[in-house]
Design a binder for this molecule. Structure first.
Ligand code: 13P
Ligand code: ZN
Length: 270
């Protein structure tokens, strides 16, 4: 049997959360990440029979029965993950229509998965329906995106267009745009359901006055999505109070669509 730390997703998750912390996106225990694992890969690194313990999830998601996730723990600091992955991370398998998570590895200090598990699991279900390759859901608190939700109109088209106008490559990286939720109580099934609904049509969902969710096929892609949106928000926050002299026009956006073979979200460009 191979070592669990040789599992590709394990190495990548540890590196990614360390990098997220370094970017300032995850103060204290802020942020959480979940990665859908492949059973055939996992069984080379871990005995899959039996469970260390069972943890109720508090929601139903029958589509996830038998699926395995590597996920960050609740209350855990991303800055510490690299030094003690076994207490900060866990591997779970879902059963009972998604109502129970069997702990197979990790959370070694008696902890459990993130309080945002409903939003993660419901988002995985929603994304897998539109993209069977989706494996990652990532949540964090990047300062500029968060700041933007205090001063910018929360209309999704307006919010997306502003981000696209801030850096040339935004429309290439997230042509599906950014969906936006109003402030809601975090850690609940309600915000989970609302996030899952929003993440069907865009891989980025802003939680107003809180943070952002991203979804993608791997950790690099998902990190890169958030990184690009956050860069755009940073530029917005640097210029929003200054007289605007130039912008990226819709004609230029259409040139980008042609050059990079992407299609902007329907109705978002003139
Ligand atoms: P957890 O520590 O439970 O993952 O919560 C962090 C967070 O960002 C809540 O939205
Ligand atoms: Zn959060």
């Amino acid at each position: 049997m191979k070592d669990i730390f040789e599992l590709k997703e394990m190495t990548e998750l540890i590196r990614t959360v360390t990098n997220m912390y370094a970017h300032g996106w995850d103060e204290r225990n802020g942020g959480n990440v979940s990665v859908l694992l492949d059973e055939a890969d996992l069984k080379e690194h871990l005995v899959l029979a039996g469970a260390i313990r069972e943890i109720p999830t508090g929601f139903e998601a029958p589509e996830l029965d038998g699926k395995y996730f590597l996920v960050t723990g609740t209350g855990k600091y991303f800055k510490n993950v690299q030094y003690d992955p076994a207490s900060n991370l866990g591997i779970v398998r879902l059963k009972d229509r998604g109502r129970t998570a069997e702990l197979l590895w990790g959370f070694s200090d008696g902890g459990k998965f993130t309080s945002e598990f409903p939003a993660h699991m419901m988002s995985h279900v929603a994304r897998l329906r539109v993209d069977p390759e989706n494996r990652v859901v990532m949540h964090c608190h990047p300062a500029n995106l968060l700041a933007m939700t205090y001063v910018h109109d929360l209309d999704e088209k307006a919010f997306t267009r502003t981000l696209w106008q801030m850096c040339t490559e935004c429309i290439v990286v997230f042509p599906d745009g950014v969906n936006v939720l109003p402030w809601m109580l975090c850690g609940t099934n309600e915000i989970g359901e609302a996030t899952a609904e929003k993440i069907k049509t865009a891989r980025l969902v802003v939680w107003s006055q809180h943070g952002i969710y991203g979804a993608g096929k791997d950790l690099d892609e998902t990190f890169g999505l958030i990184e690009t949106a956050e860069k755009a928000a940073e530029i917005y926050m640097k210029i929003a109070h200054l007289p605007l002299k130039n912008t990226i026009t819709d004609e230029q956006m259409h040139l980008l669509e042609d050059r990079f073979g992407v299609k902007a979200r329907e109705g978002y460009l003139n």
